[in-house]
Design a protein around this ligand. Structure first.
Ligand code: ADP
Length: 460
């Protein structure tokens, strides 16, 4: 059952109930008022007869005491003593009257016509004289049945009109909702999240509903775009990773074939295989790190003094092959600067930067320095190497990106992506400034644990 129909039925039922209640009330009040007025008349007429009798010891002329619809009877027990000429028959004597109490009753004659009867006992020696005044209620039942028809017809008309009005109002109110539902269904079926529900109406409940729905579509569209981008990135990642793994495997298999055919252990081929195996294991480790980053694996952070950490990274980096001068400009004050970090990961990120600097610097120097920047600390790896072309700079932290396309240095292009992830996990930032032919500066900014003063550090 539609909402519109339910609303109409409910309203009609309520209206019908209200009308029935109102008509019953009207009926009741009418009857009560009529009976009140009849009762007063009867009381007055019977009272007049009683007073006359008590004053003069005889009964008055009963005709003319009331109007033509008032019948008067005076009786002693069941024997009539006097009666008005319009009298139509004997009424029963109510039990209460026999005990001397004046009483009103409603009686019915042989045809079932209702009468209002007032019985007034008047002392008559040892017993009572009963003065009875009756009034036909025919008028009331006629009036009631006369009223009944227009009331019923009117009520039916009212309910019908009300139902039509409610149906129309509901149609007007629900129409836009149906339109919204239709548009929403169409959007769902087309799976086109760029569509929006059109609405030109006022900013009422329906306007708010449409706006909320469209806002939700905005969010879904954004979410979907991000999801699609992430799926694309994953696909690219898997393709690139397999490609990277295939190269060393091909070299190793080629060398194994050659060794088999040659029947000797050629040291050059063995060295090739060892270096490719080494490259593969490095790559697998990097891929694992990236997979871990994608799984949003959190890294346990603890307070670490930066000075010792940076020095340790430099010391370990120094063991890596390099042909340029390596300088460390790490101020003593860095020993007192504490960051929330993971020692091993931070060390690895710095080593990636230093290793890159070594790899891409043929002459000059590589310098590691640290200083204050805002409310954090910045560690920089500065080289005087080949630099990075401006068009490559925006992609330098992308996975598998290599500006050095000839792969002469053998990396898979994952190092900087890993460094970026590590710095991000620490709530920091990584950036690069570079000039082709002059050198590059990689900066890692890290937030410092609150309360630790940085003033002692120089600006880099
Ligand atoms: P790779 O393992 O290839 O070094 P990275 O992600 O560490 O991968 O670096 C991505 C690319 O950025 C490198 O291939 C190289 O072309 C460029 N690059 C990184 N560091 C430097 C640097 N210090 N000087 C010049 N080029 C650099």
């Amino acid at each position: 059952m539609s909402f519109r129909l339910r609303l109409t039925l409910l309203y009609s039922a309520l209206l019908a109930a209200a009308l029935v209640l109102f008509s019953s009330l009207l009926y009741g009040v009418l009857q009560w008022a009529f009976e009140q007025s009849v009762d007063r008349t009867l009381q007055e007429v019977a009272g007049r007869v009683a007073r006359y009798y008590q004053t003069f010891g005889a009964l008055p002329r009963l005709d003319g005491l009331g109007d033509r619809s008032t019948f008067i009877l005076v009786r002693v027990d069941n024997t009539p003593v006097a009666q008005s000429s319009n009298f139509e028959g004997l009424f029963p004597l109510p039990e209460a009257a026999r005990h001397g109490r004046a009483v009103f009753t409603t009686e019915f004659d042989a045809e079932g016509e209702p009468y209002r009867l007032y019985t007034l006992p008047v002392r008559f020696g040892p017993t009572y004289l009963y003065v009875q005044a009756a009034y036909t209620l025919r008028l009331l039942s006629t009036a009631k049945s006369l009223m009944m028809q227009p009331i019923v017809v009117g009520a039916i008309l009212f309910v019908a009109l009300g139902a039509v009005a409610v149906w129309l109002v509901a149609w007007k109110a629900i129409g836009p909702i149906e339109k919204v539902a239709k548009a929403a269904r169409a959007i769902g079926e087309s799976a086109d999240l760029s569509l929006r529900v059109p609405y030109q109406g006022p900013e009422d409940e329906i306007g708010v509903l449409v706006r909320t729905f469209n806002d939700m579509l905005d969010q879904l569209e954004g979410l979907y775009a991000r999801l699609a981008a992430s799926v694309d990135a994953q696909k690219r990642f898997v393709a690139d990773a397999s490609h990277e793994l295939r190269t060393p495997l091909t070299i190793i298999r080629g060398n194994i074939d050659y060794l088999r055919r040659a029947g000797t252990l050629d040291p050059e081929a063995l060295a090739d295989m060892a270096s490719e195996a080494e490259r593969m294991s490095r790559l697998v480790e990097e891929l694992l790190t990236m997979a871990r980053a994608d799984a949003s694996q959190t890294v346990e952070l603890e307070p670490i003094a930066l000075g010792p950490l940076v020095r340790d990274a430099c010391r370990r980096a120094q063991a890596m092959p390099h042909q340029v001068e390596f300088r460390m400009e790490i101020p003593e004050a860095l020993d007192h600067v504490v960051v929330m970090g993971h020692e091993e990961w931070l060390c690895r990120a710095l080593m990636i930067l230093i290793d890159n600097a070594f790899k891409y610097t043929a002459e000059g120097s590589v310098t590691v320095r640290a200083g204050r920047q805002g409310d954090g600390v910045v560690i920089q790896v500065v080289d005087t190497g080949q630099g990075i072309a401006p068009e490559d700079l925006p992609h330098i932290f992308d996975r598998f990106f290599r500006a050095d396309r000839a792969r002469s240095r053998g990396g898979a292009g994952l190092g900087l992506a890993i460094a970026k992830w590590v710095v991000g996990v620490h709530g920091g930032r990584i950036s690069v400034e570079s000039e082709l032919g002059k050198g590059s500066t990689f900066s890692v900014w890290l937030p410092v644990v609150k309360g630790k003063r940085l003033e002692a550090l120089p600006n880099p």
